[in-house]
Design a binder for this molecule. Structure first.
Ligand SMILES: [Zn+2]
Length: 464
């Protein structure tokens, strides 16, 4: 494989220019939830893509356009599909910003601006990796495709549809994303998946209106008790969900995933202190990261019924509602879990209504996948540090559009500093990490293009 010293040197020599480019990008607001500047920003990054050597165009969706770029080298070569988002979070509270969010400012080696880390700095690094590679090597080692979405901060309402409708255009061997921060220890990390989610609301009805609990007590059923009974029936004394078949499709961790989890730093005492708790919840016998990454949850997010103001009010409430979220792991399917939960409730309390409020599929790319290994090696080479490997985040992101709809391995390598303050005032990105991101991406492209990472057979078995 070619030595990338000259690519790295090219990046270092253009430090100021690359920082200026990011400053220019950050001056353009693009708040999707408030519809501020998004289209103008799409045009701006379209031009930046072209300047980096990609053929680029805007592709419409039912919402904001996707900025698509590609550099085709050779159909026989592998293809890396890079994902990012050019929209940003709202800026309020504005008064908490030390300098205005869309007037990027450099202080202490960091660029302060809305979108610096989330996500403009991180995907501009990928575009500049393409440019740096072309400038030094003359040609890319892989075909590169880039999609930049304009609605990620509004929960990507049109991404799945877009991907479904552009399967051929997006055909690739690996999806590569940089978003979020490196590990809080400052070490690089490679993230391979997310948990999915199913969100439901249970509603029990009692009398037509709240009633006097003395005058009617004992003769009118109470919906709060009804709901408490249904909720209690969903979990056993050891904290395991009792909804029939709930765990059926939970995929056990592989040996490699368990080993990666065992290497993740953990200070339980510190975790407990920071949340003001003293123990892990039931069930027992599960490790901290195994719970977060490889186990589903059945969580009560909210419960509302009757009177909860000050002092006494003696009533039988008319209604009771509970909101539940279930974090799902591969290979659980939200449709299937919803059906199982609905059946559970119907059999025990047919009068309790179940409404589905939202869902997202889980996603996990195997650690053993050759492209995963190629990315891990690239991060180690470009940063000089062995990255932590995180099989899954606890939270939910639409990674399934790549792993399930396109059937591709999808790997995320965050570039931002742990204190990037994304979604908060004074969002910032360390300039060194931005430049390192360019080098990481260049190394990823080289490694994926190298003959070793994937044989044809391995490619067929790439995604589980
Ligand atoms: Zn964000």
């Amino acid at each position: 494989m070619s030595d990338l010293t000259h690519v790295y040197a090219y990046v270092d020599a253009r430090r100021e220019e690359f920082v200026d480019l990011l400053l220019r990008y950050l001056r353009q607001p693009s708040i999707s939830t408030q519809d501020v500047g998004v289209e103008v920003c799409a045009e701006l990054v379209l031009g930046m893509m072209r300047d980096c050597g990609l053929e680029a165009r805007l592709l419409p969706t039912a919402g904001k356009p996707v900025v698509f770029g590609q550099r085709a080298v050779d159909p026989g070569r592998r293809t890396v599909l890079i994902y990012g988002h050019y929209d940003v979070q709202p800026v309020d509270p504005l008064e908490a910003w030390e300098t205005p969010p869309f007037e990027p400012t450099i202080r202490n080696g960091r660029i302060y601006a809305r979108g610096a880390g989330d996500n403009k700095g991180q995907h501009l690094a990928q575009l500049l990796a393409v440019r740096s590679y072309l400038a030094t090597e003359g040609a890319l080692p892989v075909n590169v495709k880039v999609i930049l979405e304009g609605e990620e901060e509004s929960s990507s309402p049109h991404l799945a549809r877009f991907v479904e409708e552009h399967r051929e255009l997006l055909a690739a061997d690996l999806v590569y994303t940089s978003d979020g921060p490196v590990h809080e220890s400052g070490r690089p990390q490679v993230v391979l998946g997310v948990r999915g989610i199913l969100y439901v609301e249970l509603r029990a009805r009692g009398p037509k209106s709240d009633l006097h609990s003395g005058n009617r007590g004992g003769v009118v059923p109470n919906p709060a008790w009804r709901l408490v009974e249904v909720l209690a029936s969903m979990r056993d004394a050891h904290g395991r969900a009792t909804i029939e078949g709930f765990y059926d499709d939970v995929r056990p961790l592989t040996a490699a995933e368990s080993a990666a989890i065992a290497r993740l730093p953990l200070d339980l005492a510190k975790v407990f202190a920071s949340y003001g708790v003293t123990r892990l919840p039931p069930p027992e016998g599960l490790g901290y990261y195994e719970r977060l990454m490889a186990q589903p949850t059945l969580n009560i997010c909210g419960f509302a019924s009757g009177y909860s103001g000050e002092g006494m009010k003696t009533i039988i409430p008319a209604t009771a509602t509970a909101k539940l979220d279930m974090r799902l792991v591969p290979d659980q399917d939200p449709d299937d879990v919803f059906e199982k939960l609905t059946r559970h409730v119907r059999e025990r309390a047919p009068d309790v209504a179940v409404a589905r409020l939202g869902s997202m599929l889980p996603s996990r790319t195997p650690i053993e996948n050759p492209y995963t290994q190629a990315v891990i090696a690239a991060v180690a080479e470009a940063t000089g540090e062995e990255p932590l490997v995180v099989p899954s985040l606890g939270g939910s992101l639409p990674d399934y559009v790549f792993t399930r709809i396109l059937g591709l391995p999808s790997v995320t390598v965050p570039y931002a500093n742990p204190d990037e303050s994304n979604h908060a005032p004074n969002e910032n990105l360390e300039i060194e990490r931005y430049l390192k991101g360019i080098k990481i991406c260049a190394t990823v492209l080289r490694n994926v293009g190298a003959p070793e990472p994937a044989t044809a057979a391995a490619r067929g078995a790439a995604v589980a």
